[in-house]
Design a protein around this ligand. Structure first.
Ligand code: FES
Length: 113
């Protein structure tokens, strides 16, 4: 067995830790009251600690997945996607059911190993 002895720069390590696919922040959508005319930045990468909104985490963890900015045209309560798989970002389109089903299938497969 060979061991790699090349020096590793911090930028190489940083690059390897970055994700190119969004991660699920939660399995169910966030119910949020939004205000007309206010600008929001919905977290698209899933790494934000201020879900469902961006806290800038994508800059280091997923630079290729910037937040989606939106401005509601009226005050209302919306369901913002948390699984990050919606096709109608930033709003929930029910795709989280597929994520939940996939998680369930993985856990069932684990039981029968
Ligand atoms: S939470 Fe992502 S589609 Fe519903």
């Amino acid at each position: 067995m060979q061991t790699c002895r090349r020096p590793v720069s911090s930028s190489m390590v940083q690059c390897c830790l970055q994700s190119t696919q969004p991660v699920a922040a939660a399995r169910l959508p966030y119910r949020v009251k939004v205000s007309a005319g206010k600008r929001y930045a919905w977290c698209a990468c899933g790494h934000s600690k201020k879900q469902p909104f961006c806290d800038g985490s994508h800059k280091s963890k997923a630079p290729s997945i910037p937040p989606l900015r939106f401005t509601p045209d009226k005050d209302r309560t919306v369901m913002l996607c948390a699984c990050k798989q919606t096709k109608g970002a930033p709003y929930c389109d029910g795709s989280h059911f597929k994520v939940i089903f996939q998680d369930l299938m993985k856990s069932i497969k684990g039981v029968f190993k």
